[in-house]
Write a protein that binds this ligand. Structure first.
Ligand code: FAD
Ligand code: PHB
Length: 398
């Protein structure tokens, strides 16, 4: 049995666990990250791609934004496509100059791993049978097995950053958390394609055949999505069939979608979920461990970053001044921002997807909503303000 002690034990090396670890390091707070998958697996997991300014600033503050500064693509707007027409939402003009940055989550994870490797801060990969204990008597411990050896990490606090399917949320007592869940009758089929993007900014398309999105990862890599049935099988989707649907759903006069080799394709489930409160004694949940949003609002990664920014500051206060106010307020402060993003993500989802069970009345409401957003500055401003993301102060002050 190998026993060690640290201040904060972090479960999960996704964006939230890695960024938290890095921010704590910058505050001189020792921490250990325990991850159950391999580094290669974590680095190759393709997920989000849009960073709010707040997320970008946090990565800069964490000293891991050099490559992001060079390779990230700053976007000041998005396109909405419906009824064969393309409309531009100039988010920067509508929000006093705020923008988003296109930079893949897998690149952020690589940058954070490289930074952790450089400082030598402890991180364990391929930990087996990870479990939490001692939360009830405030002697928290993370247990795991590695190479046949049992390990215990004793800590002051545990940060559960282990995503939706992790073990941390379940370590809270039964019935302690209130769970909010909404499921949707659709999923996204996402592809990565080796072809220059056919657009300068993202295109979100609503079409009777279903939603489509044209995003990107670089000047030579496109990321595209189409709405599919959640029970559909990826084997039913040849590359040719996917491109056909992308052409149909995003069509607009005078514009051509360029095709290229598909290097990855998968079907992504979609749900809205919140578990509250996000703290039980010395256990704090952050990121997807506590909440999930459907991806149409591009908020999942950004919410994860916002949680750990608040948590890192609260822990820094606790260790520098002994004040527990930040820790006590952690859940409420995060939840105000989370619920705003929950609403926005739900709103974008229902505005842009084709719901197979929607009646003719609902379809007219959806069309009216789209037309309103594309013709009213007030409506467009509301979309833009949420999409670029609220400042943390704005979202957290009551
Ligand atoms: P995760 O990224 O899930 O990281 C959790 C980490 O914990 C993982 O490394 C996992 O291996 C590890 N872990 C799990 N269980 C254990 C355990 N028992 N012990 C130790 N470690 C454990 N958001 C968007 O904004 N846009 C998108 O396009 C988008 N696409 C997505 C596609 C998919 C398939 C998924 C699942 C999510 C997507 N998201 C998207 C959401 C976004 O990627 C997440 O919000 C973000 O990854 C949250 O980061 P996290 O660190 O909280 O959780
Ligand atoms: C992505 O690039 O993967 C992406 C972009 C915008 C979204 C969702 C995903 O709303």
């Amino acid at each position: 049995m190998n026993v060690e002690r640290t201040k904060v034990a972090i479960v999960g090396a996704g964006p939230s666990g890695l960024l938290l670890g890095r921010l704590l390091e910058r505050h001189g707070i020792e921490n250990v990250i325990i991850e159950n998958r391999s580094r290669e697996y974590c680095e190759s997991r393709i997920r989000a791609g849009i960073l709010e300014q707040v997320t970008r600033d946090a990565l800069t503050e964490a000293g891991v934004a050099d490559r992001l500064e060079r390779e990230g693509m700053v976007h000041g707007g998005i396109y909405l496509n419906f009824n064969g027409q393309r409309h531009h939402i100039p988010m920067d003009e509508l929000t006093g100059g705020r923008c988003v940055t296109v930079y893949g989550q897998s690149e952020i994870v690589k940058d954070l791993f490289a930074a952790r490797e450089a400082t030598g801060a402890p991180i364990v990969f391929e930990a087996e049978d990870v479990s939490l204990d001692g939360i009830d008597n405030d002697e928290p411990v993370v247990r795991y097995r590695l190479g046949g050896v049992e390990h215990e990490v004793h800590a002051d606090y545990i940060a559960g950053c282990d995503g939706f399917h992790g073990i941390s949320r379940d370590a809270m007592p039964d019935g302690y958390q209130q769970l909010y869940l909404r499921e949707y009758p659709f999923a996204w089929l996402g592809i990565m394609a080796s072809v220059a993007p056919s657009t300068d900014e993202l295109i979100y398309a609503q079409h009777p055949n279903g939603f489509a999105l044209h995003s990107m990862r670089s000047a030579s890599v496109s990321r595209l999505y189409i709405q599919v049935d959640p029970n559909d099988d990826i084997a039913n989707w040849s590359d040719a069939r996917i491109w056909e649907q992308l052409h149909i759903r995003m069509a607009t006069d005078g514009w051509t979608l360029h095709e290229g080799p598909v290097t990855e394709k998968s079907i992504l489930p979609m749900r809205s979920f919140v578990a509250t409160p996000m703290r039980y004694r010395s256990l704090f949940l952050a990121g997807d461990a506590a909440h999930i949003v459907p991806p149409a609002g591009a908020k999942g990664l950004n919410l994860a970053a916002a949680d750990v920014i608040v948590l890192a500051h609260a822990l820094a206060d606790r260790y520098s001044s002994g004040s527990e106010t930040g820790l006590d307020e952690y859940s409420d402060r995060c939840l105000r921002r989370i619920w705003r993003a929950q609403h926005f993500s739900w709103w974008m989802t229902q505005m842009l997807h084709t719901n197979p069970s929607e009646d003719a009345y609902g379809q007219q409401l959806q069309r009216s909503q789209l037309e309103y957003v594309c013709s009213s500055t007030a409506a467009a401003k509301s979309l833009a303000e949420n999409y670029v993301g609220l400042a943390i102060e704005q979202a957290v002050s009551a």
